[in-house]
Design a protein around this ligand. Structure first.
Ligand SMILES: Cc1ncc(COP(=O)(O)O)c(C=O)c1O
Length: 374
């Protein structure tokens, strides 16, 4: 028996494709540059917190993640009822899809972007309107605004956008939001925002002075846009992907509905403890994110120097825009040298890794470019 009574929407729903692991290649260290993980050593205090919290595995963790939620609310300058934690930001995203979409609804998102957007949307049964990015990898916000109808149940924005790295600016964001009905929830997925503090990268939620290092004034943003739900995660800059800690900041009415979807105890005790310590060490986290950003910019410049089309990125990755055939060939060439990168059909996404991996990637790219022009 294989024909079980599952929902019809599942027939068209792809399963998530995780980043490929690197193959072992004799004589070289292999590197996984396909999942946008943080390659830096964990902070010692975070490791200690994880060890300290792992002593009572028989007990459920605090279901409300009380301390972490309070610390996050304090950090963002919002009351605690504006924050909900989740098993990575993926669970927050799934909850937002769950509270808004069904077969009667339509969802608008940019494409290419995070692969979970089509997956979760398809799972919900909603009609998907994937709005193509502009030629330079940015959200086409005017086209997204035009795609909104009375049936639209959810809008997804991703800044920095995975996989192109483009960051939304305040003015374009404000102009977009002014065209969105006030009762339509807009998700702003900021999984990589901590890497985006370069001169070009201004978060949609930075303070009005626009200084890239200024703290995010979330309270002000939510005051202006009560239909905005901001996703954040400890998986990327904080380097805690394995512990599954993410959260949403939004109006309490949205948070209240999300709590009906998010599983109880979804963030484990170790994740709660590590998140709390890492948040307290955010200055150190910011320094590390900056160094990842510097490596990213250096890699992008070297690849551009070889003739590749690499847009400015605010994430811990770079995007090489290639045709489908070339993307596949490039990914295979990387794999043969012990580097797993993400082949997304029309391009390659490379996660920032140790310098040795970046140098080897440039070698592969250089040989590829030579062959291209031969
Ligand atoms: C844009 C974006 N949002 C959200 C996530 C989810 O990350 P997590 O569930 O680990 O917080 C990812 C992970 O790669 C991502 O790229």
């Amino acid at each position: 028996m294989t024909n079980f009574r599952v929902r019809r929407a599942l027939a068209d729903t792809p399963a998530y494709r995780p980043g490929r692991p690197p193959a072992a290649v004799e004589g070289v260290t292999s590197y996984k540059l396909s999942s946008n993980e943080n390659h830096l050593e964990p902070l010692a205090a975070v490791v200690e917190a994880v060890e300290g919290a792992s002593g009572a595995p028989a007990l459920y963790p605090d279901p409300a993640a009380t301390e972490l939620t309070a610390a996050l609310a304090d950090f963002h300058g919002v009351p605690v009822d504006h924050v909900v934690t989740s098993a990575g930001s993926s669970e927050s995203l799934a909850a937002l899809v769950g509270i808004t979409l069904d077969a009667e609804k339509q969802v608008v998102y940019p494409w290419p972007s995070f692969e979970m957007y089509p997956q979760l949307s398809s799972f919900s049964g909603a009609r998907q309107v994937a709005v193509p990015l502009t030629a330079d990898g940015r959200h086409d916000l005017p086209a997204m605004a035009q795609a909104i109808t009375g049936d639209t149940g959810l809008v997804l924005l991703c800044s920095p956008n995975n996989p192109t790295g483009a960051v939304l600016g305040q003015a374009e964001f404000d102009s977009f939001m002014s065209q969105v009905p006030e009762d339509l929830i807009v998700v702003l997925d900021e999984a990589y925002i901590e890497f985006a503090d370069g001169s070009e990268a201004v978060s949609a939620l930075r303070t009005a002075d626009g200084h890239p290092d200024a703290p995010v004034d979330m309270a002000q943003a939510l005051d202006t846009y009560s239909n905005l739900a901001v996703l954040r995660t400890f998986s990327k800059a904080h380097g805690l992907a394995g512990l599954r800690v993410g959260y949403t900041i939004a109006h309490p009415a949205i948070i209240h509905e999300m709590r009906k979807s998010i599983a109880p105890f979804s963030v484990g005790a170790a994740g709660q403890a590590a998140g709390l310590v890492s948040l307290a060490l955010r200055d150190e986290v910011a320094v590390r994110a900056k160094s990842v950003g510097a490596t990213r910019d250096d890699l992008a410049a070297r690849l551009r120097g070889l003739g590749f089309d690499v847009p400015p990125s605010g994430g811990n990755f770079v995007w090489l825009s290639l045709g489908e055939h070339e993307a596949h060939a490039f990914a295979e060439a990387c794999l043969a040298r012990g580097l797993a990168v993400r082949d997304l059909g029309r391009g390659i996404r490379v996660t920032v890794g140790p310098q040795e991996a970046m140098d080897r990637l440039v070698e592969v790219a250089s040989a590829f470019a030579q062959e291209r022009s031969a």
